[in-house]
Design a protein. Structure first.
Length: 288
């Protein structure tokens, strides 16, 4: 009986340990930032990882921003849990500016499952005073081992902006968008002022929208049934516009917001009780 329990323990431990392994296979992209450099001076850096039973092979690609200069290098290394260690071994193909050299590096990168970034330090194995940091995120691009650029370089500025804002990697932001829990915000009787208690929720929504260039937010204003229909349509419009003003004041572009206003037409509760009326004095949200 005891041996059976031990076997079950080791089996479950092994399953859980395996489930905790990060799948590094595929393409990652980001920046290689030398010590003393600003992010805007960094080299664009792509990797194609192949991990099998803890052994790492693959290629990396350096590109100089806003040029067609590049270097493709073979790599070897290993994976242990959420950490990769690799060395660039051979420069397979390159195109460089006159009097410049592509250096080979070694690096250890750690995956942060909260932010979705793979980052760490590097140092050169063949060039003096060449060290710094690497930060990567999972890419949807196809790795290029020839003269064809991986991507147009306009992603770099968006990435640097994301880093400065403290945004997570795209794959994490996508999960945040899919799992975002919408909730109405409620207004006092005959008022269109946003209560301060809703600011943290609204700020979280702004970060989601600002972190996805392909979505906008729809804001729909509502009222209870007190007053005339014409008055309530105007009041629901003011409530929706109050949200536009708040979003814009927090840096969200106005063209990322769409508003609608329904007056008293779409109640979600009875207008026969004070509680029901409070529920109907609201603004709803959706991503579009």
């Amino acid at each position: 009986m005891r041996s059976t329990i031990l076997l079950c323990f080791f089996f479950l431990f092994g399953v859980q340990n395996g489930m905790g392994q990060v799948n590094f296979n595929g393409v990652w992209q980001g920046l290689l930032i030398r010590d003393g450099q600003k992010q805007e001076q960094a080299t664009l850096f792509y990797t194609s990882f192949i991990v099998n039973s803890g052994s790492l092979t693959g290629k990396t690609r350096d590109e100089t921003y806003n040029t067609d200069f590049y270097a493709v290098k073979q790599i070897k290394g290993s994976q242990k849990n959420n950490e990769l260690t690799f060395n660039q071994t051979v420069i397979e193909k390159k195109k460089n500016a006159p009097n410049t050299t592509w250096c080979k590096i070694e690096s250890t990168l750690t995956y942060n499952d909260s932010t979705g970034y793979l980052e760490g330090r590097f140092k050169s194995t063949d060039c003096k005073n060449f060290s710094g940091k690497i930060i990567l995120y999972r890419s949807k691009a196809t790795f290029s081992a020839n003269d064809k650029l991986m991507l147009t370089h306009n992603w770099r500025d968006a990435f640097i902006s994301d880093l400065k804002k403290g945004y997570n990697a795209p794959e994490i932001r996508e999960k945040e968008r899919k799992n975002f829990n919408f909730q109405p915000i409620y207004f006092d009787y005959d008022k269109a002022e946003i209560k301060k208690e809703y600011f943290p929720f609204l700020d979280k929504m702004i970060r989601v929208v600002d972190g996805h260039s392909d979505i906008r937010i729809k804001v729909t204003g509502h009222t209870d049934a007190d007053g005339s229909e014409e008055y309530n349509v105007e009041l629901s419009k003011k409530r929706a516009e109050a949200l536009i003003n708040y979003f814009v004041s927090q840096g969200l572009s106005k063209d990322r917001i769409e508003i609608d206003f329904k007056g008293e037409k779409n109640p979600i509760d009875s207008n026969d009780t004070p509680e029901g009326k409070q529920h109907n004095r609201r603004v709803d949200f959706a991503f579009i």
